[in-house]
Write a protein that binds this ligand. Sequence first.
Ligand code: MTE
Ligand code: HPA
Ligand code: MOS
Length: 756
Amino acid sequence: MKNIDSYSHVRGESVYLDDIPVIRGTLYACVFDSPVAHGGLKSIDTSAAEQSDGVVCVITAKDLVGENQIGGVVPDEPLLAEGEVHFQGQPVAIVVAESDDQARKAAKLVTAEIEPLTPVTDPRVAAANGELIVPPKKFVLGDVTAAFARCEYVFEGRVELNGQEHLYIETQGAYAIPTEQGGIRVHSSTQGPTAVQRAVCRVTGLPMHKVEVDVQRLGGGFGGKEDQGNAWASIVSVAAQLTKRPVKYSLHRMEDMRMTGKRHPYSSDYKIGLDRDLKIIAYEAVFYQNAGASCDLSPAVLERTLFHCTNSYFIPNVTATAYSCRTNLPPNTAFRGFGGPQGMFVIEAAIAHAAENLGVTAAEIQRRNLLVDGDEFPYGQLAESDAAASWQQADEKFPLTRLQQEADEFNAGSKYFKKGVAVMPICFGISFTNTPMNQARSLVHVYTDGSVAVSTAAVEMGQGVNTKMAQVAATIFGMDIGNVKVHSTNTLRIANTSPTAASAAADLNGRATQIACETIRDRLFTVAKDLVEAATVEDLSLKDGFVYRSGERTALSWRALVAEAHLRRVSLSEHSHYATPGINFDWATAKGHPFSYHVYGTAFVGVTVDCLRGRYVVDYVKGCHDFGNSMNKAVDYGQIEGGIVQGLGWMTMEELVYDAEGRLRSNALSTYKVPDIHSVPKEIDIVPLADARSSLAIFNSKAVGEPPLMYGIAGYFAIRNAIRAFNGSSPTFDCPFTPEKVLMNLYSDDRPMSDE
Ligand code: MTE
Ligand code: HPA
Ligand code: MOS
């Protein structure tokens, strides 16, 4: 079944923030942001901007009615800089004008006197200076010290992982409209309507019931709008409060790239120990997370790095320590995988390191250490594991020895093109690791004409969650999906929402919608039982717009049933709540059962490297993925393909460059390269895991939003293997593997090319 948005998307009729008709009298905001990454803010001169054409006012920290604070986890993030500036791009003043052009022009006229301070961009330097966002976090299983003493082989190394720009097609933005009695309605491009509502309330001083946040859909979020929609919504709300007029701001691409946080770069150390049979018996990892200038979601991201630090492997002795380090970069934030990929890369690097030294393939070590049922994760949860099953099914369909042999044969006959193959098994925990966030609500109305309106906390951002919500209602009411309309995500209809994140939106909101629809259906059945003279309600079912009795269609249509129920004063509406059962986590012991279930899969990635130029192509990504009982194959395969390409982009070509002064140099699409149609794999062939275990998710489906991104990690190792086929070297683990870095590694040892 198609995504229900596909028709309006291709016709350009879907409504994003910038498509909302603008109300007469709307003003436009633009921020003046810090030109330097660190300094003492001595004074701000707004006089020239104030006199500029069309300018209504210029707002600085001292003008705010509420608090100058939007930090959700730790209160360390002023909306507008005060006293000091902490990153290049930090908002300092808001210029409000009659037109967008006038606001942008005037913002350039604001000046600030800033006394330079030394910026820190390296997380290890920040940690050495004691600049931690929160105290370090640690997972311990078994006893690594004793285990290392027993190991046959021990390897140590270091890994550098760069960040990643979200590059949602729709930039950040918001539109605030004053409502009566001092309220505000905010249209926001956010994954977290309630996070926006809280931030707006804080800076305006308004109670939550006076602030309505509405989200129609996003042109992509990828985690970048889980928390970071808050600033822009707060900026327009503050301006609307002070001017009593609607105020809008949508960022230009370069403003967005400069001012918003990204995937966290990490610098990490590992130590891995194996026994004679290549069983990993000890693993130690230390993660330095580059959090940027304020907390944002960094501690939660850091925690997920620890949760996924052993990926799909059982390792009986583990110590993993993680530091969230405050630097002078924009506050880094959620990005598809939420710290998991950074943890998983490091164990894969450690395995590759061991394999290269032991003269075996990494796949040999990977395969021998896959989790099985009952294995304990470092955080105490026991695996119900399909790790080996996905590996076996991938191997049956696409025999790895054959793929490796093809590459070896090709390499034997080719001097300047080399192929590399790598395997990436994944294991991704589903649930917010912060247990209280695992709840959702759904509001379902059946109207007297039989049509159905659904509202949930889920935000549609291209991942197809609205299609899945409509499918839930249509399935339970036995009707065509065209009779169901999924409405905008709105804090008046659904309060206290968790963000659409952690891949769990369909799971949580789908279950809430299921409960609401079943409650209404059961009420209708008590009416129908009378009308069709059924013995019990259990005899009744709904299909194709009719009531069925004992499997036989009756003359009673859905529409007639609904109309009659209304006449009998039976409620046709329901607001339902769902909370994932059975999950818990205690940071005092760092143990618990944080995940409802895990998603497993295994992918084989093959690449060809041009060893004269350093360029490469990804030939294939083949494998087996646990979709559960997919609710919508078209949507889920879209998530698989998009996730893989985004993961490959992070690993191979997307290179964030901050200079020593903390300024983003890769600040536009001319300098920041993302995958295009030419860089997607030539073939993506992912088969569903047969006999997948059941899950608590809606209709036995499984979360699919984030896990496939991590297959992209094999892209890095496949390129590495191709380089090794060329020169036998072991490149340092430094991502992304841009063509430039590949070229340097092809000729790193200054060895002259033979026979030239
Ligand atoms: N797919 C599209 N097209 N656009 C997005 O912004 N975000 C990803 C993923 N897939 C995203 C996407 C992220 S980071 C998450 S957490 C999930 O979708 C969230 O949606 P879900 O919970 O409905 O899977
Ligand atoms: N995933 C995504 N977003 C989150 C999480 C998580 O585990 N916890 C808090 N926000
Ligand atoms: Mo996704 S990083 O959990 O928004």
